[in-house]
Design a protein around this ligand. Structure first.
Ligand code: NAD
Length: 515
């Protein structure tokens, strides 16, 4: 089946069952990867399951050594990986160059902390009657984890989750996006090249391939759109397996009257336009308090005018904003801007697609309101709609007027006010005087509320324990012939037991001593 023309930048599944990848910036064919037939997906899952027990038995130190070798391989092949990644995604080199360093932070974090996070945990019993019990929690990996990722971070997407799952002792079957599968294919080839155990593989194709992965694994880690996420949640529920869903966002930025306006402008620029706005926690809408609104907008427009749109070459850093990854994504951005303009918004800069490649000009819009798609639906593009608000109360009401709840940011010089306002955000992550970087903080959970997801990634101990089933061990400190509540039941013993239960269970003397 041919989904697109040869010059299109959409992936095409051709008659010979290949996903063909073209560069979104130039339209050139970058490469192709065969669609993995279902029997091969089944076989890969079975193989990975077969290898997993030895991987688990190797322990955290042994696993960390393999992850370390893989990190070294990724660093040694950084240029060739990034070159491929840039061509299949159309990013600027500056955006491209973020991906390997970001991934290595996560590999190192889980490799260095897994032993501590996964150690058996001794916990205290509760209640006098249980005083002699010895309690322990063990963490045992789900044998096979499926990691399904989107196109916006072809390397960082998988690397945000896979190192934690591998360090937990799981095997991982990954499924990269059909729009950018090539660099991940190389990264997985690197795992094989270093001779690592057969516990990481990838399968390729479209939605059906992802759905096959969901059929075969014990835990699904999914990143992508809300619609696909909901479909996966249903499929996982039918199999009674857990899933973690990292979905879309509509992140609000609130600029208070006492903010450092210059810093806020720079934050809005990078947070709104990095990766051409194609990050789930990109700034999607901005609310500015009246006293600093004019200054903020004027500075934002003049800084936007200095940004360079295009796909530069390796190490050149001569472009800031790259291409939209897909024609479909470009169309969504155009539609949101056109909808806003038709309802009265003013475009101060940008507002149109370029003729060559899938580029959309960085755009600042004002006179926007919540009747417009650009304020309510995920745009995932280089647009910053800016709204003037009377006060913080109105800003917060608007920020929370959304079905999404991924992240947000608050900009003020008053730290106490920032914390108080952060509590009011209906999101899983709040930045104070910053943007986006929360996604890179492995020690804190990163998860969306409402339509933005289910569960979380990262989050210190919880971020690796989520790939494990718990096993509780209940033993006795002292061995008695038998427990007092075991047979035989007798009136005398029964009376004694209820008196004791009352004595330790009640919290006032009348109930302790009688009825
Ligand atoms: P998508 O949902 O279309 O696809 C994501 C992945 O799911 C792809 O690999 C795709 O092949 C696969 N897939 C499609 N149908 C499937 C099915 N029925 N079963 C299993 N797998 C299936 O998303 P996209 O357009 O590639 O990515 C963009 C979205 O991802 C945006 O909404 C963005 O906000 C979101 N995203 C979220 C985060 C986060 O951490 N919250 C990070 C990055 C991107």
């Amino acid at each position: 089946m041919q989904r697109q023309t040869a010059t299109s930048t959409e992936p095409a599944q051709e008659a010979d069952q290949e996903v063909v990848v073209s560069c979104p910036a130039t339209g050139e064919r970058v490469g192709a990867v065969p669609v993995t037939p279902r029997p091969e997906i089944d076989a890969a899952a079975a193989r990975l399951r077969g290898a997993q027990p030895a991987w688990q038995a190797m322990g955290t130190q042994g696993r960390a050594e393999w992850l370390g070798k893989w990190r070294d391989w990724l660093l040694d092949h950084e240029d060739e990986l990034l070159n491929l990644l840039q061509r299949e995604s159309g990013k600027s080199w500056g955006d491209t160059a973020l991906e390997v360093p970001f991934g290595t932070v996560f590999i190192n974090y889980w490799a260095e902390n897994a032993a501590k996070f996964l150690a058996d945990e001794a916990v205290s019993p509760t209640g006098v009657a249980n005083a002699v019990k010895q309690l322990k929690i063990m963490y045992e990996p789900y044998p096979l984890v499926g990691v399904i990722t989107p196109w916006n971070g072809p390397l960082t997407g998988p690397l945000l989750d896979i190192p934690a799952a591998l360090m937990a002792g799981c095997a991982v079957l990954s499924k990269p996006s059909e729009f950018s599968p090539l660099v991940w294919q190389s990264a997985v080839a690197g795992w094989k090249e270093i001779g690592a155990p057969d516990v990481l593989d990838a399968v390729y194709g479209f939605g059906e391939t992802g759905s096959a992965v969901v059929d075969l694994v014990d835990f699904v880690m999914f990143t992508g759109s809300v619609n696909t996420g909901k479909r996966i949640a249903v499929a996982a529920a039918q199999r009674l397996i857990p899933c973690s869903l990292e979905l879309g966002g509509k992140d609000a930025m609130i600029v208070c009257a006492d903010a450092d306006v210059d810093r806020a402008v720079e934050g809005a620029l990078w947070g709104g336009f990095v990766n051409a706005g194609q990050f789930c926690i990109a700034v999607e809408r901005v609310y500015v308090e009246e006293p600093v609104y004019d200054e903020f907008v004027q500075k934002l427009v003049s800084r936007t005018a200095q940004l360079r749109l295009g796909m530069d070459t390796e190490h050149h850093y001569s472009a800031d904003i790259g291409a939209m990854a897909t024609r479909q994504q470009l169309d969504i951005v155009s539609r949101h801007v056109d909808d806003a303009v038709s309802k009265g918004a003013k475009v101060l800069i940008g507002g149109k697609a370029r003729d060559d490649g899938l580029f959309y000009e960085p755009t600042v819009m004002v006179d926007v309101d919540h009747g417009m798609d650009c304020m309510r639906e995920e745009t995932f593009g280089p647009t910053l709609p800016v709204m003037k608000v009377r006060d913080i109360r109105e800003a917060m009401e608007k920020a929370n007027d959304s079905r999404f709840g991924l992240a947000g940011s608050i900009w003020t010089r008053d730290k106490a006010k920032a914390i108080a306002l952060a509590r009011q955000f209906n999101t899983g992550l709040v930045h104070i005087n910053s943007v986006m970087l929360g996604a890179g903080q492995a020690p804190v959970p990163f998860g969306g509320w409402n339509d933005s997801g289910l569960g979380f990634r990262s989050g210190g101990a919880a971020g690796i324990r989520k790939y494990c089933r718990t096993k509780s061990i209940v033993a006795d400190r002292v061995a008695m012939k038998k427990e007092v509540n075991w047979y035989p039941y007798t009136p005398r013993k029964g009376k004694f037991q209820s008196a004791m239960a009352r004595l330790v269970g009640a919290r006032d003397w009348r109930r302790r001593l009688g009825k």
